[in-house]
Write a protein that binds this ligand. Structure first.
Ligand SMILES: Nc1ncnc2c1ncn2[C@@H]1O[C@H](COP(=O)(O)OP(=O)(O)O)[C@@H](O)[C@H]1O
Ligand SMILES: [Mg+2]
Length: 260
């Protein structure tokens, strides 16, 4: 038996990661991403930050299969999945949340989570159990029977996270999941992200403008600007990177309010 390496989990899931290699995407003249590389391993939280329009959501769309790169490749656990549709990647353990809600507004909060579990093959009884656990984890248990359409913005984001986790993913891409969350509830959300990493042993790509949350929960951070990867490092390294701090960390907090 190999001795576990406490400083790295790579030995536990050999060959397993979600990786975008040198991906580019242009939309009719707009170069949204230029040769961006990012890798997420099981059991780690990678932060992705940068100003509005930097290409963060585009990268999530490419990695999850909602869009295709103009060039470059996406690999999931060593398989080239660049041409795979999103649902096929979903069955291989990849889940995402959306910057704008995609919940079924006519269904209850609980039903929304159950439907997500059933979508990846869970039996109704297991789907119900998962929904109960996840609504508890996300602090939505009291609203389980409310129509999803009635949720305030912050709760709606967390429902999106519950729906993603209902598929029992190995990798979760979270696109601004804490937007609209009152500041007092951010620490609880940080605990959720840690639980996804430590209890579910999933890899998380976390996009958020809340720097306190990002610095608190991320193992590594990558900074995107105008479609290019500007910097990468530990939270301490990113905090000490004056260029990043001056250009992006300060202004991004302000931009959150003006997000389209
Ligand atoms: N479907 C699309 N069609 C045209 N332009 C797009 C599309 N999606 C994104 N873009 C453009 O790509 C750039 C990056 O957008 P996006 O990935 O949403 O940035 P972020 O999530 O970092 O705010 C922006 O200039 C945006 O207008
Ligand atoms: Mg975005």
């Amino acid at each position: 038996m190999p001795v576990p390496d406490a400083s790295s989990d790579q030995g536990r899931w050999p060959g397993e990661s979600l990786r975008a290699t040198a991906v580019s995407r242009s939309y009719e003249g707009v170069q949204a991403l230029r040769e961006v590389t990012v890798e997420v391993h099981r059991h780690e939280v990678v932060g992705l930050i940068g100003p509005n329009g930097a290409g963060k959501s585009t990268l999530v769309n490419l990695m999850s299969g909602f869009d295709r790169p103009t060039s470059g490749a996406i690999e999931l656990d060593g398989h080239d999945v660049t041409r795979w549709p999103a649902h096929r990647r979903g069955r291989k353990g990849l889940a995402r949340t959306f910057q704008h809600s995609r919940s079924f507004r006519g269904l209850s909060v609980r039903e929304n989570v159950e439907v997500a579990a059933i979508g990846v093959g869970a039996r109704p009884r297991d789907a119900r159990r998962r929904a109960t656990e996840l609504l508890e984890l996300l602090g939505l248990a009291a609203r389980a029977d409310a129509p999803a359409a009635s949720l305030p913005h912050g709760d709606e984001r967390r429902l999106g996270v519950a729906r993603a986790l209902a598929t029992e993913p190995h990798y979760v891409l979270m696109d601004e999941p804490a937007a609209g969350l009152p500041e007092a509830e951010v620490p609880d959300f940080a605990a959720v992200v840690r639980a996804v990493r430590d209890d579910h042993e999933a890899g998380v790509l976390l996009i958020d403008h809340n720097m306190a949350l990002i610095m608190d929960v991320c193992d590594r951070i990558q900074v995107l600007d105008q479609g290019r990867m500007l910097a990468a490092g530990t939270p301490a390294e990113i905090r000490d990177n004056l260029d990043v701090a001056a250009a992006y960390l300060g202004e991004s907090a302000v931009e959150e309010e003006t997000e389209a």
